[in-house]
Design a protein around this ligand. Structure first.
Ligand code: 3HC
Ligand code: NAI
Length: 707
């Protein structure tokens, strides 16, 4: 007994061997842990003084499962299933003490033990599906044997964690995490040590008509809900195997399906994205111990589309908000809309009536700037006009207390110029929410030239508090997300002039994995939004007379999208279903003729061309953004695209997608369009120097992130 290796230690208390895992921060089942566990269990089995084994954790989490970073390194021996086989076949009873979270291989480890004890506070789940794979250490075979097919499918296919005490059949004992807890655990182990050893794999499973129906219905439903994802259907297949074959055959099927998933680009993309999301919170050059300011109250200026949603984020987590408007009627309208949103959530059963009232009670309306004198943070969400915003910040400088953070939700404006309207530019930052602000997970945290480190650290921490994913960016037109989306929208619009139809482009982009194509998205957001952005920079786009010209024409005809029933599509009264409109094609034909653009029949514009024309410029702009240092790393750009723009996570984001298909291919195709699209191609398809250099050096975006 003693220290087996850095991650595993054992001690003997009476006749119980305690095997402790200690692999900070989350007890990932890394190679060291697997080797240590095999050694510790084998020693305990051999040791005549041991009558039972208690497997526990020295951290507040039981285990986060396999070490995801090892998946790409290849050396997985001893494999986790072999460790679990050793535990399950042990001649001495093994009890898992699930003191905190048990996820993926962590839960599978507990399932291979003969008994499971947990604390009521523990949460458990099999989230492998979010990594593009399925549980590969017996989870698809053992979990259904304890909780039944329906709950096992729910857990494995959704990947969502559950409270330990809500899962009947999974644990033999669930106890409060009190001072006496360990005495209770010890008594439990003593009570089972001489009992016949129960093994989950011995529990029989068999298929019947009702189960067959359950599996079929589940698969049909998932095909719709998880459109484009590979792993969810494989999860169902693996669980189903358990009901039609022996335990060992089920394990073999699980292994084969696991390997099949692991080799897909989707698995690579989703595992990459797991780390991308986490590294976004690490700010290069910001000391880890940077202090943060306390944000206990917030002011939001402007109760329009964005201000209302932003205010809700804070009320949702119990932070009181003062919502400020110019006029009482605008304020009343904004507050009424917030109430309606909450009541709609209550109708869907997501909130109780009391929660609605509690959240509304945290929102106080005002038309007087003095009411912001004591708040810790103000977020401005007024009209997108520099002079209006500067006037607001001048006012804030006068009324806000020292130390308050002054933030703007601007989508495009120069935050340095906004900061200069105050005498405290180091307290000014951009907090760029995405619409609908109470729903979208992304928060671009825009550091201006003088923003202080503690303001940045506070903003990133705050993102977590309001359940957003914060990504730090620097100031430029449109920051990262909107600067890139502009090139995508530009290309979609240009394709219309060249002969494609809105529904053709939208279908290709939808099939690529976005929730909707660019024309449906434009109509939903309002075509006037993009139009006003273009108005503010006509000089910059003047060299290209075709630039979004069909969209401009639609707006000038009052066709601003869904809200008026017509935009790039038509919408019947009360319907959100886009209906193709020949008038839009007529406008495109007319404009192409005026500009001398040769049109092609729509069926001569291939799916591949639409993807290359819309997605590859995103990558190229992303490379420029990296070269300029606007984003810290390529993976941050991907996080922005997945959480802000619905980029399919199974492709990892535009930069990971580019790495996956090869940067030299992207470069070659950009050069192809640069050469074949005449003046237009020369204007917009010049490859970024960074991209050219990466190809020359045989590097990837991921490789430079690691440098
Ligand atoms: N492998 C490697 N590193 C991991 C990890 C894992 N399974 N889980 C977490 N980490 C790392 C994170 O990257 C992060 O590193 P960083 O500090 O350098 O950025 C650190 O641990 C802390 O993680 P979080 O920031 O996510 O911490 P939280 O406290 O917010 O969340 C958690 C903890 C709920 C455990 C969350 O980390 C999580 O969901 N982890 C992944 C769980 C998972 O997917 N498990 C399945 C793995 S695959 C598997 O088990 C296959 C098997 O079936 C064979
Ligand atoms: P909006 O027009 O819906 O709302 C603006 C609100 O600000 C109006 O209610 C107006 O009465 C109020 N207002 C104007 N001047 C004011 C002042 N001086 N004091 C107090 N209130 C004032 O506009 P929206 O869409 O909410 O946009 C607000 C900001 O958010 C803009 O900067 C915009 O660029 C940005 N943004 C918008 C997104 C969107 O999708 N709508 C997405 C992300 C950012």
């Amino acid at each position: 007994m003693g220290q087996i290796n850095l991650s595993i230690s054992t001690k003997l208390i009476d006749d119980i061997a305690i095997v402790d895992i200690h692999n900070a921060p989350v007890n990932a089942l890394s190679k060291d842990v697997r080797i240590g566990l095999m050694e510790a269990i084998s020693q305990s089995i051999k040791n005549p003084e041991v009558n039972a084994i208690l497997l526990s954790s020295q951290l507040s989490i039981f285990s986060a499962g396999a070490d995801i970073s090892e998946f790409s390194s290849g050396d997985l021996t001893p494999v986790l299933p072999d460790v679990l086989h050793l535990i399950e076949s042990s001649s001495k009873p093994v009890v898992a003490l699930v003191n905190g979270g048990a996820f993926g291989g962590g839960l599978e480890l507990a399932l291979a033990c003969h008994y499971r004890v947990s604390f009521t506070s523990a949460r458990v789940g099999l989230p492998e599906v979010h990594l593009g794979i399925l549980p590969g250490a017996g989870g698809t075979q053992r979990l259904p044997r304890l909780v039944g097919a329906k709950i096992a499918l729910d857990m494995i296919v959704s990947g969502r964690p559950n409270a330990a005490d809500s899962l009947e059949g999974l644990f033999d004992l669930v106890i409060e995490h009190s001072e006496d807890a360990m005495t209770e655990v010890a008594a439990f182990v003593q009570s089972i040590k001489n009992e016949p050893i129960p093994r989950v794999s011995d529990i029989p499973l068999s298929m019947d008509d009702a189960l067959e129906q359950l599996f079929n219905d589940y698969a049909d439903n998932i095909k719709k809900r998880s459109r484009g994802f590979f792993a969810p259907l494989k999860c169902i297949e693996a669980v189903k195997h358990g009901y039609t074959s022996s335990f060992d055959d089920g394990l073999n099927a699980e292994k084969a399906l696991f390997m099949q998933c692991m080799q897909t680009p989707q698995a690579r993309a989703q595992q990459y994205f797991f780390f991308a999301e986490r590294s976004a919170s690490h700010i290069i050059g910001l000391p880890k111990d940077t202090s943060t300011r306390v944000i206990a109250s917030v002011g939001v200026i402007g109760a329009g589309t964005m201000g209302g949603g932003i205010a809700m984020n804070f009320a949702n987590v119990g932070i009181p908000v003062t919502l400020l408007e110019q006029r009482q009627d605008a304020l009343d309208k904004g507050l009424a809309l917030i109430r309606k949103n909450y009541e709609n959530s209550a109708k869907k059963g997501k909130l109780t009536a009391e929660q609605v009232e509690h959240r509304m009670s945290l929102l106080e309306g005002s038309t007087d700037y003095d009411s912001l004198s004591d708040v810790d943070l103000v977020i401005e969400a007024v009209f997108e006009k520099l002079d209006v915003k500067q006037a607001v910040f001048k006012q804030l400088d006068k009324v806000c207390k020292q130390g308050a953070i002054l933030a703007t939700n601007t989508s495009t404006l120069d935050i340095n110029l906004i900061a200069q309207a105050t005498d405290r530019p180091s307290d000014v930052i951009g907090l760029h929410f995405f619409s609908p602000a109470n729903v979208m997970k992304l928060l671009e945290v825009v550091r201006a030239d003088e923003t202080s480190n503690d303001v940045i650290a506070t903003a990133m921490k705050l993102a977590k508090t309001i359940k957003k994913v914060g990504v730090i960016v620097k100031v430029c037109f449109g920051f990262v997300g909107n600067r890139m989306i502009e090139v995508y929208a530009r290309e979609a619009n240009r394709l219309l002039l060249e002969g494609a139809t809105p529904e053709q482009v939208d279908k290709v982009i939808f099939d690529y994995g976005f929730p909707m194509g660019p024309f449906t998205m434009g109509d939903m957001a309002g075509l006037d939004i993009g139009y006003f952005v273009r108005e503010s920079r006509r000089e910059f786009i003047a060299h290209d007379p075709s630039y979004c010209i069909v969209a401009d024409q639609l707006v000038e005809q009052g066709r601003v999208g869904l809200k008026v029933g017509k935009g790039a599509y038509l919408y019947e009264q009360g319907s959100r279903k886009p209906v193709p409109d020949p008038e839009v094609i007529r406008i495109a034909e007319q404009k192409a003729k005026e500009l001398g653009i040769t049109r092609r029949p729509s069926d001569e514009i291939s799916e591949q061309e639409i993807i290359e024309r819309c997605i590859y410029p995103l990558v190229n702009e992303g490379a420029e953004i990296l070269a300029e240092g606007i984003a810290q790393r390529a993976s941050d750009i991907d996080v922005i695209y997945v959480y802000g723009y619905g980029y399919p996570v199974y492709r990892g984001g535009p930069m990971q997608y580019a790495d996956e298909i090869g940067l030299s291919h992207i470069l070659q195709r950009l050069q192809h369009y640069q050469e074949t699209l005449g003046e237009y191609g020369k204007a917009w398809f010049t490859p970024s120097e960074m991209l050219v250099q990466l190809v020359k050096d045989s590097k990837t975006f991921a490789s430079i992130d690691k440098e």
